[in-house]
Design a protein around this ligand. Sequence first.
Ligand code: RB5
Length: 142
Amino acid sequence: MIAIGCDQGGYELKQEVMKHLQERGLEYKDFGCYSDASVDYPEYGKAVAHAVAGGECERGILICGTGIGISIAANKVKGIRAALCTDCFMAEATRLHNDANILAMGGRVIGTGLALKIVDTFLDTPFSNEERHIRRISQLED
Ligand code: RB5
């Protein structure tokens, strides 16, 4: 199960991402927001982060205008490694190296085509499981 959330700046792109996940046959849970009316991104970043940290969902996708505020919010939750990605190289590397469990994107930064490729790369790339990366990730929790 994939947790997905956004603020008004990410609302439009989130609709496209949900359609894409549906087309791929992937289950998701939408934590809001549910319109393009102005809201506060920390609420949605934290809701998705808690769903992932608590084990209800395996991965998360968060979208705000820049992807910055909502990723900062998510990263306040213990066990969360939210990665703001603007290209596929970053999405692949953050899965391989950081075992990132939440992808953050900026709805006002990247177009839909690129965003969907980033989503696919993020979801389809496994963690490398290399010792040095496991060690570094464990140091994040110290
Ligand atoms: C909302 O206007 C905007 O601040 C938000 O979407 C995001 O970009 C914050 O980091």
